[in-house]
Design a protein around this ligand. Sequence first.
Ligand SMILES: [Zn+2]
Length: 213
Amino acid sequence: MQRFPSQLLKGYNNFMSGRFSEQQQRYKALAETGQQPKTLVIACCDSRAAPETIFDSGPGELFVVRNVANLMPPYEPDGHYHSTSAALEFAVQVLKVSDIVVMGHGRCGGIKAALDVNAEPLSPGDFIGRWMHLLKPAAEQIQSNEVMTAGERQRALERVSIRNSIANLRTFPCVQILEQRGKLQLHGAWFDISTGELWVMDAKSGDFGRPGM
Ligand SMILES: [Zn+2]
């Protein structure tokens, strides 16, 4: 017989006796008044880079959309299925978030796949390959760099990809207008899984550095 994963049930029990019981009033208030998160985070699906854990955030604090390699596609009102654009639209137009953070991370499998010239599609749909097309020009440029090691190439693309996603965010009219009005700020961040370090992108130069705490 099929069983619901026991590790999840155990975790849920811990949540109910721990965080939920401690913050019951907050959950209740959020249920009644609705959510008002100030920040949208665009993060990777990777199980090691969960934004709520990294930013130690409670219920109602972060609006999160996760996809393979934390990519923001460009504005394409073509009638196709755009889940990340839908989440962006809701966060900006309805929730009126003041900040958007594109958060990449080290050892990203999606970025690795984008750099792998011999990658075979996992299925006839080649959904990952098609999705990583968003990074094709940047990936090709980095692939041809023979001075860098494989690890350096990967880290370079992880960061170029964050800059790309931020540029793509600006192709959305709602983002462009609100940013010009000073009501919305776009940020890049990169999380190192092995050390826990968070690097943030300088808005002007696009370079990454450790944030001043
Ligand atoms: Zn990833």
